[in-house]
Design a protein around this ligand. Structure first.
Ligand code: MN
Length: 203
């Protein structure tokens, strides 16, 4: 079976003015689609792998034949990362008490969490992602290069920020700081909470 682009679940303009419709459209229909297409191409002739959820493949990258491992890591990662990213975006969602308490427990305060996440994102060099992850029972902020995902290192992604220029350049150009600041206005905390609870169950 071939991998497919998952539905995005909202209109391209749903995140305006923080993330513009044109960026969303290109990001989803061109960039994410390209990862899916290249993943399918890389897996041609590997039927057993084709039938696995992409998450399982990324957890066990070492079992992917060396010949296609890099292509699967990059394009499978691109597909998985963006599939996580779209549902994490929504305007006007308030964080719930349970998750807020967990964040306070791990980062002292929500403001401190935001500061750490922002600094990690600002300091990040090149293309990649910044994540809030579950590492054992602890919440941590980590970054990955390219389309790597923390799941390949045994951590469970809870929140994701795409720091590739394709994610913001049309609207923000070199103003990455402004993009990061506005990202905090479109975090779907309901989804973060869901990821957190699912992650706790899997530990
Ligand atoms: Mn992207």
């Amino acid at each position: 079976m071939e991998y497919k682009l998952p539905p995005i679940g909202y209109k391209y303009n749903a995140l305006e003015p923080f993330i513009d419709a044109e960026t969303m459209k290109i990001h989803y229909t061109k960039h994410h689609q390209a990862y899916v297409d290249k993943l399918n191409k890389a897996l041609q002739g590997y039927e057993k792998l084709q039938d696995k959820p992409i998450e399982r493949i990324l957890i066990n990258l070492g079992r992917v034949p060396i010949k296609i491992r890099n292509a699967v890591k990059n394009n499978g990662g691109g597909h998985y990362n963006h599939s996580l990213f779209w549902p994490l975006l929504k305007k006007n969602v308030k964080i719930k008490e349970y998750l807020l308490n967990a964040i306070k427990k791990n980062f002292l305060s929500f403001e401190n969490f935001k500061k750490e996440f922002t600094e990690k994102s600002l300091d990040f060099f090149g293309s990649g992602w910044v994540w809030l992850v579950l590492d054992d029972t602890k919440l941590k902020i980590v970054s990955t290069s390219n389309q790597d995902n923390p799941i390949s290192e045994g951590k469970i992604p809870i929140l994701a920020l795409d720091l590739w220029e394709h994610a913001y350049y049309l609207k923000y150009q070199n103003r990455r700081a402004e993009y990061i600041e506005n990202f905090f206005k479109v975090i779907n905390w309901e989804q973060v909470n869901k990821n957190y609870l699912n992650g706790l169950i899997r530990l």
